[in-house]
Design a protein. Structure first.
Length: 272
């Protein structure tokens, strides 16, 4: 486990487009230049966040909005997380992306893990952030489906000031339909069993690219024990625990997160 110092990167403006993958229209944000970094978002949806601009100083940052979320189509074939994993394999093929650094947060981490156990041919590395996908018996968790939108936000973050700011943001009237759509799709995908695949743990050993687990020290949805459980299951993987952070360290502790991710990628490149 490493606690890493802060580091500052330059900002890069992204472009937002719509693309069609196997008949499904999805929103796509892309910015920067360099080796492709594909970010799979959590259940709250996609957006160009400050940490992405930091990463875009060194990477071609690619942020699709999952089918069923936000401005993307909700296709008839979407039933489970495995469907999204297969969809993103098609996505990688269609864009002919190679040597991809795949990063997934929470629900997006689960999708990334399911993708990686199936095929790592186009991947260069895998990073999971507060990822769903497995179950660790005896570890207390917050059940997000028992919470109001405000209660959910209070359990996502560690910093009281950020919590209040995010609650105010979520109350914007123009976001109501998007929030409802995202929560409805999330519920469909993870309702039972709750936020994990009972078979995934058996196959994480198949991940054969360098892997890293980045977790908030005070994550209530998937506590830090989950990071070490994933580490035991993914060969050669490492862990960084970020202090003073809840479930979304890339948002709450942006600079520490970017330093942790870039440190992992740099170390991997040096060893290649």
């Amino acid at each position: 486990m490493r606690i890493l110092p802060r580091r500052v990167f330059l900002m890069t403006e992204p472009a937002t487009t719509k693309i069609t993958v196997r008949g499904c229209n999805i929103a796509l944000i892309r910015g920067g230049a360099g080796r492709p970094l594909l970010f799979l978002h959590a259940g709250g949806g996609a957006g160009w966040l400050p940490f992405m601009a930091d990463l875009a100083a060194r990477h071609d940052v690619i942020v699709p909005e999952h089918p069923g979320f936000g401005g993307s189509d909700t296709p008839d074939w979407l039933d489970n997380i495995q469907d999204l994993a297969r969809f993103y394999l098609d996505f990688l093929d269609q864009l002919d992306l190679r040597n991809v650094d795949l990063v997934g947060s929470s629900l997006g981490g689960w999708i990334a893990a399911e993708l990686a156990v199936r095929n790592t041919q186009r991947l260069n590395s895998l990073t999971l952030i507060g990822s769903a996908g497995i179950h660790v018996p005896g570890v207390p968790q917050v059940d997000t489906f028992l919470l109001s939108d405000e209660q959910l936000i209070r359990n996502l973050f560690d910093d009281p000031k950020r919590i209040e700011a995010m609650i105010a943001e979520a109350k914007r009237p123009e976001l109501e339909d998007v929030i409802l759509k995202n929560r409805t799709t999330t519920a469909k995908l993870v309702w039972q069993p709750r936020s994990y695949d009972p078979h995934l743990h058996k196959w994480l050993r198949r991940i054969d690219v360098p892997a890293h687990l980045i977790w908030g020290a005070n994550d209530k949805l998937f506590p830090r024990d989950y990071a070490f459980a994933f580490q035991k299951l993914i060969p050669g993987s490492g862990v960084t625990i970020i202090p003073d952070s809840g479930h979304l360290p890339h948002i709450e502790q942006r600079q520490a997160f970017v330093t942790a991710l870039e440190g992992f990628l740099e170390k991997k490149r040096a060893a290649a």
